[in-house]
Design a binder for this molecule. Structure first.
Ligand SMILES: Nc1ncnc2c1ncn2[C@@H]1O[C@H](COP(=O)(O)OP(=O)(O)O)[C@@H](O)[C@H]1O
Ligand SMILES: N[C@@H](CCC(=O)OP(=O)(O)O)C(=O)O
Length: 377
């Protein structure tokens, strides 16, 4: 179908990614709330019976592992990994049992950030998801926390859900959390008001968000706005609301916050680069180079690079900073050790220096423009 252009259109969305956060699946003791999980499953089962396809991105592995291990919220990565390893099996067992009551089968899909950058891994994950959906299965996706490292991990599942929406070519993304929508300030502050829809950056101008989530969640509203920006910028509208509103959100009712589409589907690689890649350094570029990589969508040549910050290797992601700020992100072809000797030099000068075949510092295929954030961070 064409992307839903209004909230009520959401009722027609055939393929939907629903993301539920830890905060919606846990009780006051921070452990898994099985009743909340079953309520959500019942809503999703109704959508399946109506012929809709659902991909569930569910957090909660760490929360589910706390009880059996007798632990509080882990602070270090290794304990979080171990807890997620114990909890993920239990979480999926709960989903399997709950969906089985509705005669539905689930398939576990664990992804790392790396699976969404490497072309082959991406295509592979895409094929698997398509086949699961064709078989009538409900894929239950989570980050593969047990093997994700601090450098290459999402940490929160919001941005993962946005990239999964792209991967699954979803018609819509529904983000379920513990607040009923986006507020113009942290909802704990008295007087803050719900923002019913975001159709342009102006709607976010007066919104204050924090990265602090609930006690159990990760990323707070910041990562949800990032997710909304990724999805809407890629042609997929988003509804953000609380888990108890899931049924009404899927029916296109007036709940939560509606984020309208802001752009068209783009390549997964560019999407990754623009929104999720771990930035290792910065290249400072002159005004001409900034114009070339933005307006002209041309490669960045050494002649336009005036300086650099950070330590990076060839192939790492870096930010390109023009005279007015960040203009793009790209995968750099040279490491930070080689680049200083190349700055400002033309290809002819680089050849004289002994580089027989000088490459672009960032090839245009490896560039993603950074628009003045459609949705502010
Ligand atoms: N402007 C805002 N509007 C709504 N919620 C906000 C805002 N700023 C911060 N938050 C916080 O974000 C929290 C949700 O994020 P998080 O705990 O990471 O949820 P989840 O586990 O669902 O991913 C809310 O409980 C709320 O306190
Ligand atoms: N992958 C982790 C999710 C981490 C997390 O807290 O995510 P979220 O609640 O979506 O902000 C888990 O399953 O515990």
């Amino acid at each position: 179908m064409n992307a839903p252009t209004s909230r009520s259109d959401l009722a027609r969305a055939r393929r939907i990614v629903v993301k539920v956060g830890s905060s919606s699946l846990t009780g006051a003791d921070g452990r898994l709330d099985v009743a909340a999980l079953r309520d959500l499953v019942s809503v999703l089962a109704t959508a399946r019976r109506a012929g809709r396809q659902v991909v569930l991105v569910s957090s909660g592995a760490i929360a589910a592992g706390l009880g059996p291990l007798g632990l509080g919220r882990p602070r270090d990565l290794a304990t979080a990994q171990a807890t997620a390893s114990v909890g993920q099996g239990l979480l999926v067992a709960r989903y399997t049992a709950a969906f089985a009551e509705h005669d539905l089968t689930v398939g576990q899909v664990l992804l790392t950030a790396g699976d969404l950058i490497r072309r082959q891994h991406y295509a592979n994950a895409q094929r698997a998801l398509e086949r699961l959906l064709a078989l009538g299965v409900v894929p239950v996706v989570n980050e593969n926390d047990t093997v994700a490292t601090d450098e290459v991990r999402f940490g929160d599942n919001d941005r993962l859900a946005a990239l999964v929406s792209h991967l699954a070519r979803a018609d819509a993304l529904v983000l379920l959390t513990d607040v009923d929508g986006l507020y113009d300030g942290p909802p704990s502050q008295p007087g803050t008001r719900l923002v019913p829809e975001v159709t342009s950056p102006a709607d976010l101008a007066a919104v204050e968000v924090t990265g602090r989530g609930s006690d159990i969640g990760t990323g707070g509203m910041v990562t949800k706005l990032d997710a909304a920006s990724i999805a809407t910028g890629s042609g997929i509208p988003v509804v953000l609301t609380s888990a108890p509103n899931a049924s009404r959100a899927l029916a296109g009712d007036d709940v939560g916050t509606w984020f309208a589409v802001t752009g068209r589907r783009t390549s997964a690689r560019r999407l990754w680069l623009a929104h999720a890649a771990q930035i290792r350094g910065r290249l400072h570029i002159d005004a001409g180079a900034a114009r070339a990589v933005t307006d002209g969508k041309r490669s960045l040549l050494a002649a336009g690079v005036t300086g650099l910050d950070g330590e990076f290797e060839a192939g790492d992601a870096v930010e390109l900073v023009g005279p007015d700020g960040v203009v793009a992100r790209g995968l750099v072809a040279y490491g930070s050790a080689e680049l200083p000797a190349m700055l400002g030099k033309s290809s002819a000068q680089l050849r004289e220096d002994g580089d027989a075949l000088p490459r672009a510092v960032v090839h245009r295929d490896d560039l993603a423009q950074v628009h003045r954030r459609a949705l502010a961070r």
